[in-house]
Design a protein around this ligand. Sequence first.
Ligand code: ZN
Ligand code: ZN
Length: 176
Amino acid sequence: MTCPICKKPLSSIVFHNVGVNYCPICLGLWFEEEELRWAKDEKDKNLNWLDIDLWKEENKFKVSAGIRLCPSCRIPLYEVYYGDSGIIVDVCNLCHGIWLDRAEFKKIIDWLHQKADYEILNNYAKNLFKELAEIFTGPETLREEILDFLTILKLLNYKFTAQHLTISKIILELPR
Ligand SMILES: [Zn+2]
Ligand SMILES: [Zn+2]
């Protein structure tokens, strides 16, 4: 797999049996649909932080064709915007993979700090993944941010992948 920005091979982070790919140069992250499924867990559904607005309302999505290529399929990714969040996520309409720039990773975390009960979310991640930091095989920068990283995994799984249908519909209606 190839970084959509640097065009260099992606490396992968593995914990338990979940792999996420990242670019060792720009630290962008590539989440495959399969890899996001691991975060599914019944008891999570009542979490307060899930009530945040991000990726919740179908009519707040805007999509435009991008020029970056999907690391797996090598076809152009679509840029997905949400309301006034200022967050752009690149998605592949074929494999449903999600690319997050380093800057977008930071923006999402900032956004959560402002709009969500970050305390709850952070404590939650801490409890669930106490030992994870020790077995985390990714780069140092992400190791330090492991709670943020896990939070983003959860958020993408619950909020973003749930909207793939909406996003696909918008893509179908885009002018060619
Ligand atoms: Zn890169
Ligand atoms: Zn793809």
